[in-house]
Design a protein around this ligand. Structure first.
Ligand code: AMP
Length: 438
């Protein structure tokens, strides 16, 4: 099967690595890809938001399946475009319709959807310039902290957690009156703060049936102990020790089933991955957000653990036959640690040579490229998040330690990574410091 994967990050390298193992795949194209995906298939220079260019490529190369990595083309309606073009209609497409992608593309849409289907989430209200004054009054009497969310896509930066009323009102003004996130913050969702530990759950769905993939926990903050600024993700672990069968039963009954049933009842076309960003509040799961695609860096541990053929899963989804297969996962734990550029998530420089990528690190470790590129025969840094090292272990501690060992051999000017990924799940350190705080 001729497959085209869209995207160029660590998530796409992990997907390409997994797709490349399937007997169905022949060949795999990745657009635009990165030097890591080039080891799993053929990179093609295509702008993933240029639908016409994608159409031409698919027709010329007789592509049979398209898998979309990032959210932007989906929110912009790539699925609907494929369905509207006669020559593309038969291509298996993994990614939801524009309406389905609104679960990620509009926080207000997602909140209203959850309300309609009784899915547990934080209480909220939405505001625009039209009810701005009402919004200010609402904020003044709101319990602290207050969560403000730009309605639209804001590159992962649209959520601000405010510790004072003054800060909340200033942020609210910036978002609505000063268009801090452009169009995305013309509408703002104000939400109650939920206290708990977060968890990422993924499913693949055909809009009616679904299969749950291995769960993961990601680490978004730049600093050790979850301190400092938010990033695109500094690491992830899977499985998640608190995702016990009892807790996952609640997740499935209260969240996954009502979400998929809601998609079905509302006639939303949705064939693809769905991400449930959850928070465990005293043993009860709540939805923080939906994504209409796989997460990054969670994919870098989930694909590592997934034993089921990914192409087979995708075909089954397009044929509404997900109820006929099962997801199998490696029993071992997996952990990934992201190496980033000095200065990230603020300003950083690019173009530094990465040394050690060709080392032999054994079967228990994988290196997934994210912001890298090839220049004069060398691999150089080309982004804030540069690459990640995923390792297996008998438990999270062993998996993390193995990735840390491999990272010792990898280097570029300004390399930085967190050494405490999975810290909540390690035994208490005899030296004190970060330990088990669950
Ligand atoms: P989101 O983009 O919606 O995933 O939000 C980014 C991050 O903000 C989440 O991963 C949470 O850590 C945090 N967050 C969002 N909403 C809430 C909430 N209602 N209560 C507590 N934390 C939240």
């Amino acid at each position: 099967m001729k497959i085209l994967l869209l995207g160029s990050g660590g998530r796409e390298h992990a997907l390409a690595w997994k797709l490349n193992q399937s007997v169905w795949t022949n060949p795999l194209y990745i657009a635009p890809g990165n030097p890591g995906t080039a080891m799993c298939g053929k990179n093609v220079q295509l702008d993933i938001n240029n639908f016409d260019a994608i159409r031409k490529f698919c027709v010329n190369e007789k592509i049979e399946m398209v898998i979309v990595g990032p959210e932007e083309p989906l929110v912009n309606g790539l699925y609907d475009y494929f369905k509207s073009q006669k020559e593309l209609q038969k291509i298996f497409f993994i990614g939801p319709s524009k309406t389905g992608a609104q679960l990620e593309g509009s926080k207000a849409f997602a909140k209203a959807f959850m309300k309609r289907h009784n899915i547990p989430t934080a209480a909220y209200k939405e505001f625009t310039v039209d009810n701005y004054e009402e919004g200010v009054k609402y904020l003044q009497q709101h319990d602290l902290p207050i969560v403000l969310k730009a309605d639209g896509l804001a590159g992962g930066k649209g959520v601000v957690i405010c510790q004072s009323h003054v800060e909340a009102i200033a942020e609210f003004e910036l978002m609505i009156q000063e268009a801090k996130f452009g169009e995305a913050s013309k509408k703002v969702v104000v939400e109650d703060f939920l206290k708990g530990i977060e968890l990422s759950v993924f499913a693949i769905t055909d809009g009616k049936n679904y299969l749950i993939l291995p769960e993961a926990k990601d680490y978004k903050r730049i600093g050790e102990g979850d301190s400092g600024l938010n990033t695109g993700g500094m690491g992830a672990v899977s499985p998640v020790p608190f995702a016990t069968p009892g807790f996952m039963y609640k997740v499935e009954e209260r969240i996954i089933k009502p979400t998929i049933n809601g998609i079905f009842k509302e006639g939303i076309e949705y064939t693809g991955f769905i991400f449930f960003g959850l928070i465990n509040v005293n043993g009860d799961p709540y939805v923080i957000e939906y994504n209409c695609r796989m997460g990054d860096p969670e994919t870098e541990v989930i694909m590592a653990r997934l034993e089921t053929d990914l192409v087979g899963l995708c075909i089954a989804a397009t044929q509404q036959e997900l109820d006929k297969i099962q997801v199998r996962a490696d029993e071992r734990a997996a952990a990934t640690i992201m190496a980033v550029s000095r200065g990230y998530p603020m300003g950083f420089e690019k173009g530094f040579e990465i040394k050690g990528l060709d080392g032999k690190y054994g079967k228990q470790s994988l290196i997934f490229h994210a912001g890298t590129k090839e220049e004069d025969g060398k691999i150089v840094t080309n982004g804030g998040r540069v690459f990640c090292v995923t390792s297996f272990g008998k438990d999270i501690e062993e998996a993390v330690n193995t990735s840390l060992d491999v990272l010792e051999y990898l280097n570029y000017d300004g390399i930085y990574y967190r050494t405490d990924i999975g810290y909540e799940f390690k035994p208490p350190s005899p030296k004190g410091g970060l330990g088990n705080n669950l």
